[in-house]
Design a protein around this ligand. Structure first.
Ligand code: GLC
Length: 432
């Protein structure tokens, strides 16, 4: 397909998944609004429709709790193709939502959209910026109560990387008994070999039962949590989102709000900096229950590039390590490297390539002056999307598209990243 046709196809995916101002990740498998998906989707919309981009974020914020948390799912309308639905979460917001959060990409999205929105949209941007600031404050207060500079997740789903081997050891300590009957729906949509195992699903629901019993109160959840991880992927995204949000507030002429975001970003940058492990050439999360580093290699270890300006020795070490992971792969940074025993080219977050992860990594590489490495990550990803379609994720060894089809964030990634590439090519003097 020609790039213009692919653009049209990407927009068609977004409009097919539009449920009235918000976008479902994909039909069937994920029939509600997901938090970080919507932030990426907003950036996709912003390439051709700033109004619709802001609408996506406004609908997400309808789910924001009074304490500032933006939940990982907003159940705007009923659907029975997903488990666990609103009746299992049992939260008490005006609109039914889940009770946990997801990587706060929204601040990044807001800066991206604001740069492409006409002046008349400023009041809407200001309202959203304050909503994002409240959610950042929630992360800081509820999830970093000891002030270590990394925010903690209480459920693997909060990281966005649900089934990552990074959680194996911590999750193994979570009991499998549940007070909620487990009725999986995902394996009715997608091959079970690509999805989490049943025993892990029971642990996910055990955690949910535990937090529901704690009344979804942050302090009670923190105390009850058998799974508590100071996590570098979410912390890096929050740090970058705070940096981006401070620019948005600067543009809006709100210096006090901008300074608060810069202070948060500085606090998190210290935490991330301390999570660097020279022997591993990457950053590591910390299991706060066991009091141990999480050594399992996953993409999360490189996400701090998004928020930090690395010194030359670290930058070189990271690049060499990323290259080592990609050896033998036809695309992407695999979410787990092929040399590791946990690697599975097709199973959810245990190897496959995710367009949005490579998008964030490329952004981090560019920030660190590594535009060529960024392009080396993105070009094969775009080629795989052009060949396979807007699939949920891709096999790093073959480029095969996997998981759900016609996925919103993959379409958004195409719209944003294919333009970045075009901009870079247009700047190449050889074209003159
Ligand atoms: C899966 C992914 C998560 C994503 C959701 C909807 O749960 O692990 O990151 O937000 O699907 O696409």
């Amino acid at each position: 397909m020609h790039p213009a046709e692919l653009d049209a196809a990407a927009r068609a995916v977004l409009s097919a998944n539009d449920r009235g101002g918000y976008t479902v990740p994909t039909e069937g498998l994920y029939p509600f609004q997901w938090n970080w998906d919507s932030a990426f989707v907003a950036m996709g919309f912003a390439t051709f429709d700033a109004d619709r981009a802001l609408r996506e974020l406004e609908r997400l914020v309808e789910g924001q709790w009074d304490d500032g948390m933006i939940p990982h799912i907003v159940f705007h309308a009923p659907a029975d193709s997903y488990f666990p639905g609103p009746e299992v979460w049992g939260t008490r917001h005006r609109i039914p939502t889940s009770g946990i959060s997801q990587p706060p990409v929204m601040g990044m999205a807001l800066r991206f959209v604001a740069a492409r929105a006409p002046a008349a949209m400023r009041p809407r941007i200001a309202t959203l910026a304050h909503a994002a600031a409240r959610s950042h404050a929630w992360w800081r207060a509820a999830r970093d109560p000891e002030g270590i500079g990394l925010v903690a997740v209480l459920h693997p789903w909060e990281t966005g990387s649900d089934n990552s081997p990074a959680w194996d050891a911590a999750l193994a300590r979570v009991p499998q008994d549940t007070t909620t009957p487990v009725r999986r729906r995902d394996t009715g949509h997608v091959d079970a070999a690509m999805r989490p195992r049943d025993e892990d699903y029971r642990r996910y629901i055990h955690l949910l039962d535990t937090y529901r019993a704690a009344g979804w109160q942050p302090a009670a959840m923190w105390r009850a949590a058998p799974f508590r991880i100071a996590e570098v992927q979410v912390s890096a995204i929050l740090c970058r989102a705070a940096q981006d949000l401070s620019s948005v507030f600067d543009e809006l002429g709100e210096p006090g709000a901008a300074a608060a975001q810069r202070a948060l970003a500085t606090h998190l940058a210290h935490g991330l900096d301390a999570a660097w492990r020279p022997a591993l050439s990457r950053f590591v999360s910390r299991d706060l229950v066991a009091g141990e580093d999480i050594a399992a290699p996953t993409q999360a270890g490189f996400l701090p590039l998004l928020a930090l300006d690395l010194d030359a020795p670290r930058r070189k070490a990271v690049l060499a390590e990323m290259r080592r992971w990609s050896a033998g792969c036809v695309l992407g940074l695999p979410t787990t490297p092929p040399y590791h025993p946990a690697f599975d080219a097709k199973r959810y977050w245990r190897g496959p390539v995710w367009a949005v992860v490579d998008w964030l990594l490329a952004e981090g590489l560019r920030r660190n002056g590594e535009a060529e490495a960024a392009q080396a990550l993105i070009a094969p990803l775009l080629a795989a999307i052009a060949r396979a379609g807007f699939d949920e994720y891709f096999d790093p060894l073959t480029g095969e598209g996997l998981g759900g089809r016609r996925f919103s964030w993959t379409a958004a990634a195409w719209l944003v990243l294919s333009r970045d590439g075009a901009a870079e090519r247009a700047e190449t003097p050889a074209a003159a």
